[in-house]
Design a binder for this molecule. Structure first.
Ligand code: FRU
Length: 499
């Protein structure tokens, strides 16, 4: 490696990472009786992608997690690829015992010889702690080698009341829709795609309905991860807004298929995130109607397998709640970060004038909220920037707030991989008087939400030491709120004007 600085891998404080070994996609997210369950693509035996099984963790606040035993283990026939979980309240599957609702996992059984991917079922009668593979597996086999990532939900609408599965024919850039009465027998409803970005395989779909704030209208959202071909390069997640009539998904504005990786073309699409490291995001089952919370894997297949590690490899994004708003003439997803910031956390409010520079001594992890006055262009055209530094003064990352876009520059640092050092661009919605930007900085990542959550950019900062201070150079007048998120909540945030 070119950079000889000593690295101490610091575990993320506000994000889930397994105690050891490899992790990728979130799987089987469900909420039940006050507990959030997160399963995840996991290699119980090593630091690389392989022996794929479902690890398991639980949380009551989506910020602090307790890791449990592996929930579903691979065997010599098949890896346990991504999938979802539902609580079968009315025991439609008949797999419940003693009146307790079974917890049903539908996952992709990926044959170890690579020749087939089919959907399989495992059930739990102890609330999701341990699972038994169903004797009648697979429950859905199309004879395909790229049929995967089932996400199941209960549809209740004009067309009836039944289970729906969305999955992908990954190499065909298609989402496929199935229905079932009992989670075991599945009948094909329809398919969707190819459309919009298709520069790689389609993976990990999700489909749900949400109200459009302030309109009384409801819309369906179809999330489609794709890899490569994402807007920031490699893995990315696009979304479609439309209607689901119980059989078909009908997009509000159909888009042609874009096979390539041309940024100008891709950036005309709808992306859940504009960074390098936000993939395979799916939502929790079991939350009240109209409430959606999502987690994504904070990495990118471009380099995930080669990143330096501290005994574990991979972490999840911060949980986000999603809603819909109409902005710039289209219904769009708006996200809010769940940071766990408590009322007692050390918080400091500051005001900065355009042209001034501020230094913040950070108690990492930290949430920085900026309210920028965009009514006047910076006098000399200089944008506002936030730079994060280690204690030795070396740069971790730079966020530039410019006219019409935010840019995040991530130097290579300790990561010896061609595709890691990169600059991500996120176009902003039509300019208003004020721009709100949230920066959530944890050990190993930065999540940037802008324009009230209409835009999100997530980049991991792996292998990097803890951010020690930040420097703000303001091109705009700004209100700045800094919140320390460390567990004690009493970190002192030193602030002062730089020369
Ligand atoms: C997405 C993915 C899924 C697959 C899983 C395998 O990152 O490729 O399509 O089920 O990872 O680990």
């Amino acid at each position: 490696m070119s950079d000889q600085r000593q690295t101490t891998f610091q575990r993320p404080a506000r994000h889930f990472a397994p105690h050891s070994h490899w992790m990728n996609d979130p799987n089987g997210l469900f909420y039940h009786e006050g507990v959030y369950h997160l399963y995840f693509q996991y290699n119980p035996y090593g630091i690389g992608h392989g022996n794929m099984s479902w690890g398991h963790a639980t949380s009551r606040d989506l910020v602090t997690w307790e890791e449990h035993e592996v929930a579903i283990l691979c065997d010599d026939q098949a890896d346990i690829f991504s999938g979802s979980i539902v609580v079968d309240e009315h025991n439609t599957s008949g797999l419940g015992v003693g009146g307790t609702a079974p917890v049903i996992a539908l996952y992709t059984a990926a044959a170890t010889d690579g020749r087939n991917q089919s959907q399989a079922l495992a059930y739990s009668t102890d609330g999701g702690m341990s699972f038994t593979k169903f004797a009648g597996n697979p429950v859905l086999d199309r004879g395909s080698r790229d049929f995967r990532d089932p996400k199941v939900f209960r549809y209740a609408g004009p067309a009836g009341n039944y289970w729906v599965m969305v999955a992908v024919e990954a190499a065909d850039h298609q989402v496929v829709f199935y229905r079932s009465e009992n989670l075991i027998d599945w009948e094909l409803l329809s398919d969707f795609g190819p459309q919009a970005a298709m520069g790689g395989v389609w993976e990990c779909p999700d489909l749900f309905e949400l109200p459009v704030q302030g309109t009384g209208e409801k819309k369906w959202v179809l999330l489609v991860s794709l890899n490569p071909g994402g807007v920031a390069g490699g893995s990315g997640t696009q979304y479609f807004i439309g209607d689901f009539d119980g059989t078909h998904f009908i997009p509000e504005s159909p888009r042609p298929a874009w096979p390539g990786t041309d940024y100008d073309q891709l950036s005309a699409g709808f992306w859940l995130d504009w960074g390098r490291d936000f993939y395979a995001g799916v939502s929790f089952h079991g939350l009240p109607d109209n409430q959606r919370t999502l987690l994504a894997w904070m990495s990118n297949w471009d380099y995930a397998r080669q990143l330096p590690h501290g005994g574990w490899r991979g972490s999840m994004s911060a949980a986000r709640t999603l809603d819909l708003v109409r902005a710039d003439g289209a219904v769009q997803i708006r996200q809010r970060l769940l940071t766990g910031a408590s009322e007692t956390a050390a918080r400091r409010g500051l005001q900065g004038r355009a042209g001034s520079s501020l230094r913040l001594d950070l108690g990492s992890p930290t949430l920085i909220n900026l309210q920028l006055d965009m009514s006047q262009l910076p006098q000399d055209g200089t944008p506002s920037t936030v730079r994060f530094y280690r204690e030795d003064g070396s740069l971790i990352s730079t966020v530039h707030v410019e006219v019409g876009q935010i840019r995040h520059e991530r130097p290579g640092g300790l990561v010896d991989h061609d595709l890691y050092a990169s600059t991500q661009r996120m176009p902003l919605p039509q300019p208003g008087q004020a721009l709100e930007v949230d920066l959530l900085l944890d050990h190993g990542s930065v999540e940037i939400l802008a324009a009230g959550g209409l835009r999100s950019l997530t980049d991991q900062l792996t292998g990097e030491n803890v951010a020690h201070h930040a420097a703000l150079d303001l091109g705009h007048h700004a209100d700045i709120r800094v919140t320390a998120l460390d567990s004690s909540g009493d970190t002192v945030l030193g602030t002062g004007l730089l020369a």
